[in-house]
Write a protein that binds this ligand. Sequence first.
Ligand code: FAD
Length: 752
Amino acid sequence: MPCEVKPRFLVLYGSQKGQAQSIAEGIAEEAEEKGLVADIYCLSEGGKFNLEKESAPVVFVVSTTGDGDPPDTALKFVKNIKKKTLPSDHYSHLCYALIALGDTNYANFCNCGKTIDGRLQELGAKHFYATGHADDGVGLELVLDPWLEGLWEAIIGALAKMATPQPERDGHVRDLRVSLNETPESSATDVKLHLMSLKESEPPNSDSLRTAAESESTKTEPKSASLNVTEAASETGSAVTDVRPVSLPSNNRTAPKLDSVVTDPKSVLETQSGAPSAVVEASLTRSLPPLSESVLNVPALPPPYLDVTLQEATIEEETSAPVSKETLHEVPISRAVQLTRDDSDKTALLIELDISAHPMAYQPGDSLDVLCPNRASEVGELLQRLCLQDQRSHRVQLSLRKDTKKKAAHLPSYIPENSTLTYMLTWSLELRTVPKKAFLRSLVECTGDSGERRRLQELCSKQGSADYNLYVRDPSLGLLDLLRAFPACQPPLSLLIEHLPKLQPRPYSATSSSMRHPGRLHFVFNVIEFPACTWRPTGRRGLCTGWLSDLVDPILLHPRKAQPSSTPALPKVHVSLRENCSFRLPSDLSKPLLMIGPGTGVAPFIGFLQQREKEREENPEAKFGETWLFFGCRHRDRDFLFREELHGFVGNGTLTHLKVCFSRDTPMGTETETGPRYVQHNLLLYAKDITNLLLQENGYLYVCGDAKNMAKDVNETLIKMVSAELQLDQLDAMKRLAGLREEKRYLQDIWC
Ligand code: FAD
């Protein structure tokens, strides 16, 4: 028998939070099903792959972090390929495809992917498939899913182009040149690049999908009689599972209590005569036609890869503090102040940390990572649901399943060895994360209820994308919310560990200067409120902000709260410093500063101004540039953060111009009639000064705060202003602003 040589390609990923990695792993796993071999490496594992000599197609999966930065794991790779000494044909032998992950809520969308892509092109590499830019702001799957679907045909085309005859193997790619002959149009440059039109593409037509899938499904044996699940190969060659609808059991047919009468014709069930007979709403647990009648394309089942054993512990382990303390500082909270009035819509708190005993030299503009635990009540509910309350103090022992089909499977490094079950659920896993479709796909296998299975399949299917967004993603449902909604679903602990990401620390911008407050670091935040919804009967607060708010309650300074008679013990938090080397005051003191920071976005500017105030005291002779601050909040009397301090800066000349607007105190109407409501309206009023300071006097513009609305509105306003002042069309005005970004004179510190 001839020795079997499978065609090989390379998958490289650069991941910050694991998303790019799991997509890359998915590609590698699917490769196996297609009779291909994928070597998969993180971009940081430079010693394990060699692009200079690579002769197989390469697939890059790269995310972007911060303000368009490469993930930590891709930093070195990006630096290396950017070297100016590399000749323009350095990668002329390389054929690659690239999917960039990003979030359009941030300015430099998919910047890392674009940088790698652009540089590879400059160095002579060729695309064998169009680059995809997937947007986490609207759902990665909108671009990612079709990109992945088309990838296989493209890889096979690219392999065929590069291939020498391959030995025959069973049922898979037999002779790659044959597949090239079958698709003579497949070439590195003209492989079907259907992705370019993804944005404009129509939603899938369920009827045509059903017809195609039904005819396909007749070719294969059903795997599950009750659900009629069939494995099929789609036209593009990607493995999909087609699922035909089943009758929902009566408990799932009962609509949850209706909150309102539905008038949307799409969600009204009609009688045969066409007249509306009953009003039934779709929900997390129930679907309506056409989805409920569609044959579904569900993703392949992610292969399980972890074995978990729970061992009785001999010693009780502390669960109140994180184990990994190398980069963490446990610091006392020396003061906490409520900055907003009780009748304000949002509650903003200022926290002062005593960092005097810790080597944490920070600059205004830096942020601080705060590590917070999952709520004990949620950990308890989860343990109960998993029927593991009695093992809560057992030690978790993880090992890789010997028979796993998962490529490059490895133990999660963020779960400390021998931690107890409670510790792991408290400090290691993000319990509230919105479950990804792959997780929902795995949950299908954990319920015996056919109605639940069907609905979970719908939610992870291509056809159910809109429902997934509406009922899972938009209300930020977490695992517990889902388990409440699907009571028969009983996932094993190993599945949770495989799918829940690492519990991330939450960053907060430093709101102080150590020149003014030596040994202290301040930060300020709004306590996030999530409203109640059907599967979350009571509202809840953000994980970290809710926890911090409870933690500081005993010491909270509040205008209407009596001070405690005895001094309570100071609470402590685990933090680490997160430097931001670009969001800094310019070293040239004479440069003008324009700061835009409504709400808690004012945080870093308080630090800037405290530093500037000190510098002015210490350098009375120096020439200081003008300073402008644009601040906005809802009500002058309720949530004007740092009002006294800001007026103090104006009084002593540190702040030249303070421009404030109050969105809810200003009557409705256009801003020309009523005055400015939001910071961008105020910017327009001072357009001449701003463009002059920025473009003629080489000033620095800083924007901080909400990424979803404010930062975008401000950016659009700046485009308008530059365009009007310089008589440029919109594109040239955008280029001008892009130039400022490159010069690091238009800087953002924004968050969702
Ligand atoms: P989580 O439980 O993690 O929930 C937050 C998530 O819920 C977000 O994705 C948000 O989009 C979403 N969300 C928020 N409200 C709702 C709602 N009503 N319904 C549905 N979804 C909702 N924050 C500050 O307040 N001050 C700062 O100075 C600050 N600096 C930052 C600096 C950087 C570099 C970054 C990246 C972020 C910063 N943030 C700041 C944001 C902060 O890190 C946290 O994201 C925020 O405090 C929420 O944390 P949480 O754990 O309480 O919320």
